[in-house]
Design a protein around this ligand. Structure first.
Ligand SMILES: CC/C=C\C/C=C\CC(O)/C=C/C=C/C=C\[C@@H](O)CCCC(=O)O
Ligand SMILES: [Zn+2]
Length: 694
């Protein structure tokens, strides 16, 4: 073997080794020194915490690209070794030692290079004397400089390095502190820039926008993508206020999850005075206009869609008032909506002061505007009382769906409220049967994220199993009259804080312990609800009037032939779009559908006028039935829908279904490869896994 080849082998092994253990805590240290020498780095390297002299060498080595084949092994090692935070398995930051109180961003938005350039100044509260270093989360962030800002205005540069990359999590930024750092306030400024592959940002070219004239930028930080936008304590255990100065093309409008402080040509200043977790940081910049929705609400969108959006979301203020009646005062001052480009990966995102909402809910008849009720509810459940880490995500989402259904109940009646819950259960069954078929542990209400990134754990379980649990408790304790006052007291008790499930449990016991409901509490099997897999162990008694219709239709269409159906007048009785959605969802669930062929599909399509439906929930379910019927002649239509929006709720199951259909799979893969660059990282990454490409 030539010496060159031998050196190459060593180099490959050495790169793997860095990935395996970057902290020099094992007997291979001397081997590492030899290998780094062979790689041409020529300088010995030292443990980063004990020798600051060689920090520049660390940086050279630790910012090397990491071998992806070994990074997964590394991720497990890293988690098993307990190096990720105890408070939050998805974060390196150490909220038990230091917390961020306030952050000030100064960003220049560079559309040419698709980067944010600038700085963040964090105001920390140091909780431990002599803290050796501040650990922050980063992902694809390039640090230019870091310094401590002194009260007199001077800046002391500090050493820093990035290490310990973990698949789907990011890496650790260590900012070394001078010896004897005291407890209390500490200001640290970091100059940095984002990468053009930042997982939390999406940059659209003018051609990818509705107006085709200007570029567009938006963020999606939940669950742990804020770390690709700025170095931060990217854990919901930490909440901070923020201010931002954003320099952007002067013809565009900049919006953030905050109040606008000042608007000048090409510079917008923002302020968020309510402490938020990093995942609620949000920014959008584009050619945007607005229409008023109420005294504290506007809807923002590209001009081509703003009128339709204003009409669709005209109930926003009513929903806000109803939510305040249920939950307490609205503390965020403004509640605006921003209609996103179709590639936004979720239905809605509860960014404070500015909910992001997918254009796929613009059905033309307000039938999908429940998403807004959901995002409004987050103003209390999630944004005010926040899960401490994403293992307890059900505290955000289960509570939010629970409040959302209460808003629906107040505005549309209890029958609609219960139908909403029952539709959610249809979705949950489908999710457990398909998406989570091979991950039963993710069907638990409280999940273990020590070996799994939050994006991979995301499903409708925390939403629908969580809200079912709360409805069960509400019914058990005597209904809304008894439970809603408790809900308000819980929200008040933990407002501005982050919680785990035990906090909810103790609030519940504290509240009801001295009442006649005390004995009822003993009936709750917490372990069964929180830690067991599968559907909710108890389904509360819901009003089934509206669901009975969709149930009956699903039964007819799954058991009867097309000829029999043509003669059945029951199938043509008028139904609501929600009943149509639930009926199609139940049909998808049926283990057998008699005569599922082109003729039946066409009859279904004509009976319910599905060809020109604007309702994305309807179209999505119908096309899944087309896939189930294996109608290859309609593949273009299926793919066109999957690629018309990258809301993961729709495109993931469609791509997954296509991946299980041998004749369609190559077409699906080819289509996915051709559009994946237009998807947000989270969407491309999960579909890649669904299609078995990763
Ligand atoms: C148990 C799961 C643990 C962690 C997952 C948390 C977040 C993961 C993630 O990928 C981000 C989710 C963001 C969701 C935002 C909005 C949803 O309410 C949308 C629901 C789906 C839809 O309607 O499109
Ligand atoms: Zn939500």
């Amino acid at each position: 073997m030539s010496i060159v080849k031998r050196v190459q082998q060593w180099a490959t092994f050495a790169r793997t080794w860095y990935v395996y253990d970057c902290t020099w805590q094992n007997p291979f240290e001397s081997a590492l020194l030899i290998k780094t020498h062979l790689m041409g780095l020529h300088k010995p390297i030292y443990h980063p915490m004990t020798n600051t002299r060689s920090v520049s060498t660390h940086r050279r080595i630790l910012q090397q690209p990491f071998a992806s084949s070994s990074s997964l092994i590394y991720a497990q090692q890293q988690r098993n070794m307990g190096r990720l935070s105890k408070v939050d398995p998805s974060s390196y930051s150490e909220p038990e030692r230091i917390v961020t109180k306030h952050s000030a961003f100064k960003w220049t938005v560079d559309f040419t290079n698709t980067k944010l350039l600038g700085s963040v100044t964090h105001q920390f509260n140091v909780l431990e004397a002599n803290l050796p270093a501040i650990l922050l989360d980063v992902r694809d962030i390039s640090i230019k400089n870091a310094s401590i800002l002194c009260s007199g205005g001077s800046a002391i540069p500090i050493n820093y390095f990035i290490s310990d990359p973990v698949d789907d999590i990011g890496a650790k930024l260590t900012l070394e502190l001078p010896e004897g750092t005291a407890k209390g306030d500490l200001l640290v400024r970091i100059d940095y820039e984002t990468s053009n592959r930042a997982s939390g940002l999406q940059w659209l070219t003018p051609e990818q926008t509705l107006g085709k004239q200007h570029p567009y930028l938006f963020s999606q930080c939940q669950a742990i993508h804020a770390r690709s936008v700025l170095p931060c304590q990217d854990t919901p255990a930490v909440k901070f206020t923020y201010e931002a100065t954003v320099e952007h093309p002067k013809e565009l409008t900049a919006l953030m999850s905050a109040l606008v402080e000042k608007k000048e040509t090409g510079v917008t200043k923002f302020k968020q005075e309510v402490p938020i977790p990093a995942y609620l940081l949000a920014i959008a910049i584009g050619d945007l206009v607005s229409r008023p929705l109420g005294p504290r609400s506007n809807v923002w969108a590209e001009a081509g869609v703003v009128e339709a959006a204003a009409e669709e979301f005209s109930e926003t203020d009513k929903m806000l008032k109803t939510a305040s009646d249920i939950c307490g005062p609205y503390v965020w001052k403004q509640y605006d909506l921003l209609v996103m480009p179709p590639s936004f990966p979720f239905g809605g995102m509860e960014n404070p002061c500015l909910t992001f909402v997918t254009p796929t809910v613009l059905a033309g008849d307000k039938s999908l505007a429940d998403v807004v009720a959901h995002e409004i509810a987050h103003s209390w459940t999630g944004n005010l009382v926040t899960n401490k880490n994403f293992e307890h995500f059900w505290l955000n989402e289960g509570f939010t769906v629970f409040v959302e259904t209460k808003i629906v109940g107040r505005l549309q009646g209890d029958k609609e409220r219960d139908f909403h819950m029952l539709r959610n259960l249809t979705e949950l069954r489908e999710c457990i049967r398909t998406q989570l078929a091979n991950s039963p542990e993710l069907t638990k209400l409280v999940v273990d994220l020590s070996n799994c990134g939050p994006d991979d754990a995301f499903s409708s379980v925390p939403y629908n199993k969580g809200s079912t649990f709360l409805r069960y408790i509400e019914d058990l304790l005597g209904g809304p009259e008894v439970f809603e006052p408790f809900l308000r007291s819980y929200l008040q008790k933990y407002a501005y804080k982050s919680v785990v499930t035990d906090d909810f449990k103790s609030a519940l016991y504290d509240y009801f312990n001295n009442t006649d409901k005390k004995d009822k509490l003993t009936e709750i099997d917490w372990d069964l609800w929180l830690s067991h897999e599968g559907m909710p162990p108890i389904i509360p008694k819901f009003d089934e009037t509206l669901a009975a219709v969709s149930q009956q239709l699903a039964k007819l269409w799954s058991t009867k032939s097309t000829t029999e159906l043509r003669a059945d007048s029951d199938i043509t009785k008028p139904i609501s779009s929600h009943q149509l959605i639930d009926f199609l969802g139940k049909l998808i669930e049926s283990s057998e559908i008699v005569d599922l062929n082109a003729e039946k599909i066409e009859f279904l399509e004509s009976t319910y006028k599905l060809k020109d439906t604007k309702n994305s929930e309807v179209r999505f379910r119908f096309l899944r039935l087309v896939i189930r019927a294996r109608l290859l002649q309609r593949i273009d239509e299926i793919i066109a829908f999957a690629n018309s929006n990258f809301r993961m709720k729709f495109c993931r199951p469609i791509y997954r279904d296509l991946g299980q259909w041998p004749e369609a799979k190559p077409i699906a893969i080819e289509s996915f490869e051709s559009v994946k660059n237009q998807m947000m990282a989270v969407c491309a990454h999960t579909i890649e896994k669904d299609l078995g490409l990763k």
